[in-house]
Ligand binder design. Structure first.
Ligand SMILES: [Fe+2]
Length: 396
């Protein structure tokens, strides 16, 4: 099934992809006539010097800025208000987000709140803000989240421990920037998890019930690029060809899911993030093969095409056989880049009921190719958990 209605397409206002792209940031800030920029990032990116590469560009161009580095994975309402307070205190008029999904999500929240006022809960849902947000330059440092090119952001409500998904055209970045030089120092485990997150975006957008010809093209090329380059990027982080391919893959996959939708992998992964603070990319990577097995009967033809995009030889196979090849290829890729198992995380089987209930309500689940039941989600979680335990027992 595809989206047959009138389709509105979304993209950042401008995009830069390529080596040393960050050197172009002053040009964009000057065009905005910015007086003071809020840089939103996290302490890890300060420590490894990634944020410093961007602020050095600002220093060289005599651009005034202040740095908020309090962002943590799965950002909460408290972090959003801390960053907003910093923005207001220093009378900023533009935002540079440096990071993966979390700093960019916080930047989007500050962008909307600084322009519209109110509480972040007021914007939970679709297009709840009235005014265009404060301009964001979204500098991506991981090749996975796609957050720099989407109109979505996620904030965890600390009181309810649930993730709020805001989908808002007013938070689209003024400039989305993917510079592979910023990704050179990313550790292999993060490269792997965020890379599989990009693959998940591409596959979920391709098999969801609201895909379009536009998102199909983006998805399949992203699948091809991840399959061909992620292993190399994990093995040798300084491989610029692999890093650049992953920049393209993650951006195209981001555009695909931003304009189509996601599915049950993200619907469950959002709960694992909210409950246990499991990093988003890792949660998706752990769940992807098992959810694809669940979805396969409803999208065999599409998964057969995914198998071909992943380089599988399917010429003499039935659609049924080829669709299984796609899942085998995903499992192989996850194993090759050393994705851990669910039993290696803080997940606890006793939480399975509440996790499944929340997953069913998650916005991402609404566009899954088939509507799952509570038992379906519980079975997926249980199988994912126990298959890891069995594997470890066998390996001992
Ligand atoms: Fe994702």
């Amino acid at each position: 099934m595809r989206n047959e209605g009138i389709v509105e397409l979304y993209a950042p206002r401008r995009t830069l992809i390529g080596r040393d792209g960050i050197t172009k940031i002053p040009h964009f800030l000057q065009r905005l006539s910015s007086k003071c920029v809020l840089v939103v990032t996290d302490k890890g990116l300060i420590k490894v010097g990634t944020a410093g590469k961007v602020t050095a560009v600002l220093d060289n161009a005599n651009i005034q800025y202040v740095v908020y580095d309090g962002v943590e994975p799965n950002p909460t309402t408290r972090i959003v208000y801390d960053a907003l307070h910093f923005y207001q205190e220093h009378q900023c008029d533009a935002i540079i987000a440096i990071g993966g999904g979390s700093p960019i999500d916080v930047a989007k929240a500050v962008s909307i709140l600084s322009a519209n006022g109110g509480k972040i809960q007021d914007y939970n849902g679709y297009n709840k803000s009235k005014k265009r947000g404060t301009p964001i330059i979204a500098v991506n440092t991981t090749a996975g989240t796609g957050s720099e090119c989407t109109r979505a952001y996620v904030v965890t409500d600390e009181e309810t421990k649930t993730k709020m998904l805001m989908v808002d055209t007013n938070c689209l970045a003024h400039l989305a920037l993917n510079d592979p030089m910023l990704m050179v120092g990313m550790p292999p485990s993060l490269t792997a998890a965020t890379g599989i997150d990009a693959l998940t975006h591409a596959i979920e957008a391709y098999i969801c019930n609201t895909h379009t010809p536009y998102t199909d093209a983006l998805s399949l090329e992203a699948v091809r690029l991840v399959s061909g380059s992620l292993r190399d990027a994990v093995r040798d982080g300084s491989n610029m060809d692999a890093r650049t391919n992953m920049c393209w893959a993650e951006y195209m996959a981001g555009l695909a899911f931003s304009n189509a939708g996601l599915g049950l992998v993200h619907g469950i992964a959002h709960q694992l993030g909210g409950f246990y603070n499991i990093p988003h990319g890792l949660a998706n990577a752990i769940l992807l093969p098992r959810v694809l097995e669940y979805n396969r009967p409803y999208c065999m033809g599409r998964l057969a095409t995914v198998a071909q995009a992943m380089g599988e030889k399917c010429d003499n196979l039935s659609v049924d056989q080829a669709s299984k090849k796609a899942i085998e290829a995903v499992r192989r890729l996850c194993d090759d880049v050393k994705i851990p198992k669910l039993c290696d995380t803080k997940f606890r089987m006793e939480d399975i009921d509440v996790l499944a209930e929340h997953a069913l309500e998650d916005t991402a689940t609404q566009t899954n190719i088939v509507r799952p039941t509570l038992d379906d989600v519980k079975t997926i979680l249980a199988k994912t958990y126990y298959e890891g335990i069995v594997l470890k027992t066998v390996q001992k």
